[in-house]
Design a protein around this ligand. Structure first.
Ligand code: PMP
Ligand code: GLN
Length: 390
């Protein structure tokens, strides 16, 4: 064996669970409720706008910060839905999906040896990007069944090396939508310790049961210390387009742009035009997309319960978390690796989203961003597993 080639910063990150499980779905012909990707296209207006943009010749590098029409549309969107006033020229940055926004924000704001606080379970790229920045993460546990956190644990996680709190609401993988009180606690801690909050709000329009999304930057005093992140892929069911954005005060957005320009520089030229059109769709579009996703949740969840899972409530996103203990099993990773062979369904083990191995071991995540007949078929197959009480 020669010298290991992979930097220690990426040691242990291996292949993402989404790549592993989507490949398994293809190899076994299973229904893929693992990686969160809708199986229907976004609104026709948005698809047509992409085709028109290609035909109109918008096929070369767009400007570094994003095309002016999209930056204006993002600023208008933040004003329309949240009353936040951002200058499209200085306070908005277009990125290669929210994924790049997260990476650029962490690389821009964390120095070697700094610490970032994340709530766990956490989206997998957070850990890798904090590490690539040479920083460390400190986790604060979200506890089932409602995935709330203990404010004292958040306070205790702050050290003199803490620079950033990374928040994700609505939350992947749990579907938790942080309450106003909870985000206010985060705001208090951020203000007390002069921290920047990176707020990943890619599922901002996907909340259910009239539960409101509370944008972190809308809290008193927080706009000046928040980097907010959005995703066109999530807003318009076009996850392959990879158009994301960052909003915040110019000082923070400039910092993120400095890192971003050396990652992809620019991306998704014609799709930026289409996402600009999408962000200008009437309120009804956004309400209908949430109602549609809620109906999908309501289609899958009873099937999971009936199959024998203990299912935790989800108020947003594409996802629901279920406990496999009723099946007499504890190891979610082994369960998910065997599920395709056992019944032709793919799910994602939540252990990959946890540092606290015990907390997430028996939890698995199902994505319900699929057509009803697909969800019905998946539920039928899962019932055949013969879970508890069946
Ligand atoms: N953040 C969260 C919480 C996500 O679930 C995802 C999944 N796509 C992303 C960021 C990345 O978004 P994008 O596809 O726009 O890069
Ligand atoms: N955000 C989606 C998920 O959590 C997709 C992840 C990815 O493709 N990296 O499933």
């Amino acid at each position: 064996m020669g010298t290991p080639r992979l930097t220690s910063k990426l040691d242990g990150f291996g292949t993402t669970i989404f790549a592993e499980m989507s490949a398994l779905a293809v190899a076994t012909g299973s229904i893929n409720l693992g990686q969160g990707m809708p199986d229907t296209d976004g609104p026709a207006e948005v698809l047509d706008a992409a085709v028109e943009a290609i035909r109109a010749g918008h096929n070369q590098y767009p400007p570094g910060p994003g095309i002016p029409a999209l930056r204006a549309a993002v600023a208008e969107h933040q004003q329309r839905f949240y009353g936040l006033a951002w200058d499209p020229d200085t306070d908005v940055l277009v990125t290669c999906g929210a994924t790049e926004a997260i990476a650029a924000a962490l690389l821009a704001l964390l120095d070697t040896g700094d610490e970032a606080i994340v709530f766990e379970p956490y989206y997998d790229s957070y850990g890798a990007c904090i590490s690539m920045a040479g920083a460390q993460r400190r986790t604060v546990l979200l506890r089932a069944p409602d995935f709330s956190f203990d404010p004292d644990e958040l306070r205790a996680a702050v050290t003199d090396r803490t620079r950033v709190i990374l928040l994700n609401t609505p939350h992947n993988p749990t579907g938790k939508v942080f309450t106003r009180d909870e985000v206010a606690t985060v705001a208090d801690v951020a203000a007390e310790h002069d921290l920047v909050v990176i707020s990943d709000e890619v599922y901002e329009h996907l909340t259910f049961d009239a539960v409101p999304h509370v944008p972190f930057a809308s809290l008193p005093g927080m706009a000046e210390r928040t980097v907010s992140i959005g995703s066109g892929g999530k807003c318009f069911s076009v996850t392959g387009w990879k158009v994301g954005w960052v909003t915040g005060p110019s000082e923070l957005v400039t910092a993120v742009r400095t890192a971003k320009q050396f990652l992809t520089y620019v991306s998704s030229g014609p799709f930026q035009h289409a996402v600009a059109a999408g962000l200008r769709l009437p309120d009804a579009y956004f309400a209908e997309s949430a109602a549609d996703m809620q109906a999908k949740r309501d289609r899958l969840v009873p099937g999971l319960v009936d199959a024998g899972f203990e299912v935790y409530p989800t108020s947003g996103t594409y996802f629901v978390v279920a406990d496999i203990t009723p099946f007499g099993e504890q190891d979610g990773m082994a369960f998910c690796r065997s599920l395709p062979d056992r019944c032709g369904v793919v799910a994602v083990p939540c252990s990959v989203f946890y540092d606290d191995a015990d907390a997430g071991r028996a939890l698995v995540r199902f994505g319900f961003c699929k057509q009803h007949h697909v969800l019905d078929e998946a539920a039928d197959r899962l019932r055949a597993l013969g879970g508890a009480g069946r």
